[in-house]
Design a protein around this ligand. Sequence first.
Ligand SMILES: *Cc1c(COP(=O)(O)O)cnc(C)c1O
Length: 439
Amino acid sequence: MTLVNDEAPPAVRSAGRKFRAFTVKHLDELTARAGLSPEQRLATRAVATVLPFRTNSYVVDELIDWSAAPDDPIYRLVFPQPDMLPADDVAHIVDLLRREAPRQEIDAAATKVRASLNPHPAGQLELNVPSFGDGAVPGMQHKYDETVLYFPKQGQTCHAYCTYCFRWAQFVGDPDLKLAGDDAGQLRDYVLAHPEVTSVLFTGGDAMIMGESVLRRYVEPLLALEQLESIRIGTKSLAYWPQKFVTDPDADDMLRLFEQVVESGKNLAFMAHFTHPRELEPVMVREAVRRIRDTGAVIRTQAPLIRSINDDPADWESMWRTQTRMGMVPYYMFVERDTGPQDYFAVPLARAYDIFRDAYKSVSGLARTVRGPSMSATPGKVCVDGVLELGGEKVFALHFIQCRDADLVGKPFFAKYDPAAVWLDDLKPAFADRFPFEV
Ligand SMILES: *Cc1c(COP(=O)(O)O)cnc(C)c1O
């Protein structure tokens, strides 16, 4: 089953232009195309001094509906919005930009705003990095027994950035906010020393920003480890740059690497981030999915629920149906995390549950592999199972899908109903003094 001679149809091949990134340098030109006033464009630039901006020619030419911008959901998915950050902060930076203040002054103001945005949610820097030998393993997180996350140094960017990205701090060039490693041997040794680990998840950034030869250096040493059942790849590349698997120069080599993982007796779990049904439409995506599946890899799909981008059950129903039709497996609906512009994008938990249920009840059992809405919080992944009245009290029913304390996984617990709550921290225990994860 070699893919090297498996040519894509001519229509797809000819659409394979070279990757071209758009950055802050192009922001003003692009927001002008969206019809923003000079004032709004300046405010957008101010937000982009704090939060990262990057997109590419495929997103701009194939995904965004410019006639609907700036309200278009894909436009909102990649372009910073003038009102995404506290108005005072934006006004201050607008003022600095307008008077062409020195670079250092603007950077200092931006750094200050970033520090107020909870850059590392769920205690990522303190809680998840295990010590090994003389110290921590750089670029690794080991939170749940069976799964290790690894952030390869070369995977610390994406083909485009999502405005709501919870890893935004990785992309702003501040070394204190970065999490990255480049020692494949150290990763392998750590896994060997921890027989409970059955899955290594490469993430970033986007693990698929790496070329085949770089990814291979991390993956190959793991193939001989019997204990590993799966190698996972966290990526938005199918949505933002499907050419990666069809027309890029190393597309065939990358697929060959996937095949090798499968041949080694492990699942190559391709964790695809799809935010909106439109991302599934282009013929290039269909072809990329077909080619990845031909390697024996399994594509699972996940995304957060984001106000003003995909907070409509019809969007989720459509995504889950199309994904199932294409042979992908719906996996998680996440709640937007408590970092960056969370206030702007948050959907209350009660509403998130309604949206999930509305979409879930309308799809075939084959698509009900999806779980959610799920919060990746400090103690673990908490799923909102419902809103109900118990003993005269209105409550949320919750359970852990994943937990630092594996013993709590799958046990129901309750919180007082609060229609405005957007995150675990906003909830108060019901029928108890404290939550099961609180000691
Ligand atoms: C979500 C997550 C995982 C993987 O959890 P699964 O439920 O197996 O998908 C592993 N580590 C961390 C830190 C996570 O947030």
